[in-house]
Ligand binder design. Structure first.
Ligand code: M6R
Length: 600
């Protein structure tokens, strides 16, 4: 995720661009930059690091321009650096652009442009767009943009500025947000509402495959085919504080609702018909590995359990999952034939980092699965794959978890394919439907609120599941305890009778997950054992199971069992969320917890 701002008006552009970027910094903060039009030429100032670095750098420039674009970056292609920062310019520095999203076919396009003699400054996918604009430009920026939009694939919000046509900014959108504001002195564009609210509450929501030409006192909308269209002006009813959360009450809820989008972004460009492509790992010889470790903490560990399960099933390699704080002190069996995979949203967790360093010391090949680009774990590992969840602000991990699951499943299938194992192609095809399924489950939120009422006044709750469902209930229990302070334990359903069932009494609540077809019936009988002892059950299952006498049953769509771990995360997150809300807990900042645990 990146943040974009654009201003075309009567006053200086820079104040709007910078205040907007500061509100968008949550979308990315590894570098930032602006381009303004100054006396018929483009002036671009950009640098690595937080926005304050850019602010300092700008002090040595006199910036008067009344038209400009800005960007704060959350890198997906290319490390955070000055050259990879936006805006990107063509060679003559007559065209500049900012981009949010991923250009999936940038490698092919770059090849074509290199043959035409173009040179590239950066490692980004975005620079291809500005070079293409240069290539197609024949005196009409709008026409050149239309041609470029026909060529590029992927997701994008683009703002384009040219000194050759100094009265306008062209913007275009597909699968990345872009909002246009009608301010008193200007037309402005930003990635998100908070970035423009200080200037106006009157906005146009640009839809996918739409574009616009912004001028200081005029705006015209078009389709990506160049056909003029009309758009409705909407007035935003809420204030800046509410807008940062996008109208949601909390960051956690906002992040839960972002999941369809970020899951899509994490898969983007990584599924190629029947093949998974993870180019970042192309140099690894997977034949050399005799065993695989997954190492992580908390939620990331639960995602690792799923990844480990899938990888072992597909490759028949011995796969061990370990909590990082145990791995580092347990003298694990590591050598040069070991593959060690470290999963971390922040990329800074002290235990995971120490475990990674230990694995490297004993010559394992290391892969990091991280969300924060340029984080220590992502830099220290031999290879890195990024989830594209964007910054996660709520302490309780939600979107990072589901994007980790997606990426770990992709990784397992990728390794299996590299080892020439037979893989279930149907599952690969089903992956593309996951965002829609998640969207559909989110629509049932009122039901999960009802389930939460069962937990509101309890001290304890029990979660049960078997196989992959056990990893899901571990995560469900963690979510509930960390934000609602209801003590929750997760058990392998078959273990109930070996002890925990002694705790079940009249009014106990058991949350059961039965989604793995080969063992779901067993879990259902364990549920009956708890009902016989007075428990109230919330069951998450599919219509394929024969469910008897369980009032609170939620049916998930019938898809590949492996993918159920992603879908079932949504009801579990929402049950925990609404329980915390009913108890009036501080959902985003639970007591005693920090977002990033950088101490042992
Ligand atoms: O940044 P990391 O993924 O390494 O963090 C690991 C855990 O600290 C984290 O998942 C924690 O358990 C979350 N608060 C869970 O919601």
């Amino acid at each position: 995720m990146c943040g974009i701002t654009a201003y075309c008006g009567q006053n200086k552009a820079l104040p709007f661009l910078m205040q907007g970027l500061s509100k968008l910094e949550y979308r990315g903060y590894d570098s930032a930059g602006v381009t303004t039009l100054e006396d018929h030429h483009l002036l671009t100032v950009k640098c690595k690091g937080r926005l304050t670095n850019l602010e300092e750098k700008l002090l040595s420039y006199k910036i008067e321009g009344t038209i400009g674009i800005g960007h704060t970056r959350w890198a997906t292609h290319g490390i955070p650096s000055h050259l990879n920062s936006h805006p990107h310019n063509n060679k003559d520095e007559t065209i500049a652009l900012v981009h949010n999203g991923i250009i999936e076919n940038y490698r092919e396009l770059k090849e074509e442009l290199l043959k035409e003699g173009y040179t590239f400054q950066s490692e980004t996918d975005s620079e291809v767009v500005v070079q293409l604009l240069d290539h197609y430009y024949q005196g009409d920026l709008f026409k050149a943009t239309l041609k470029v939009l026909q060529k590029i694939e992927g997701s994008y919000a683009l703002c384009i500025l040219s000194s050759l046509e100094p009265d306008k900014i062209i913007v275009a959108k597909k699968d990345s947000p872009l909002i246009i504001g009608k301010a008193q002195d200007a037309y402005v564009a930003t990635s998100d509402i908070p970035a423009l609210l200080e200037y106006t509450k009157d906005v146009y929501f640009l839809d996918d495959y739409e574009m616009a030409i912004l001028q200081k006192d005029h705006i015209q909308f078009y389709t990506h085919e160049g056909v003029p269209i009309k758009k409705e002006l909407t007035t935003i009813p809420y204030d800046l504080e509410a807008a940062k959360k996008d109208g949601y009450d909390t960051f956690m809820l906002k992040e839960i609702y972002e999941q369809p989008h970020v899951i899509q972004e994490t898969m983007r460009g990584r599924i190629n018909h029947d093949h998974i492509s993870l180019d970042e790992l192309k140099d690894i010889d997977f034949q050399q590995f005799h065993k695989v470790y997954f190492v992580a903490c908390g939620t990331a560990y639960h995602a690792s359990l799923c990844g480990a399960h899938v990888l072992e099933k597909l490759t028949r390699l011995p796969v061990i999952s370990m909590v990082a704080s145990e791995f580092r002190y347990n003298d694990p069996l590591i050598d040069e034939n070991t593959l060690a995979i470290f999963v971390s949203q922040s990329g800074e967790t002290a235990d995971t980092l120490a475990a990674l360093r230990l694995a490297k010391k004993y010559h394992a090949t290391t892969i990091a699965i991280a969300n924060v680009l340029g984080s220590t774990i992502s830099r220290d590992a031999d290879y890195v794959l990024y989830t594209c969840a964007g910054p996660e602000i709520a302490v309780a991990s939600t979107k990072a978890y589901t994007t980790q699951l997606i990426l770990l499943i992709l990784l397992a299938y990728y390794i299996a394919q590299r080892l020439n194992k037979n893989v279930d192609l149907q599952l690969i095809h089903q992956l593309s439907h996951i965002p829609q399924y998640v969207e559909d489950i989110l629509k049932d939120h009122t039901l999960f609120k009802e389930y939460a009422k069962l937990l509101e006044n309890l001290h304890d709750a029990y979660f049960i599941g078997r196989g992959l469902d056990y990893a899901s209930v571990l995560e469900g229990a963690l979510k509930l305890k960390e934000i609602s302070y209801v003590h929750a334990d997760a058990y392998v359903a078959g273990e109930l009778k070996h002890g925990p069932i002694a705790l079940i009494e009249n009014g106990s609540v058991v949350i059961a997950v039965a989604l793995q077809p080969h063992i779901a019936a067993k879990t259902l009988s364990n549920i009956q054992e708890t009902i016989a002892r007075g428990a109230k059950v919330i069951l998450l299952t599919t219509h394929n199971q024969e469910v008897k006498n369980i009032e609170n049953t939620y049916y998930l769509p019938d898809i590949a069992p492996v993918l159920q771990s992603i879908l079932v995360a949504i009801p579990l997150q929402l049950i925990a969320y609404y329980t915390a809300c009913l108890k009036k807990c501080d959902v985003d900042k639970p007591r005693n917890l920090a977002k990033s645990v950088t101490v042992e």
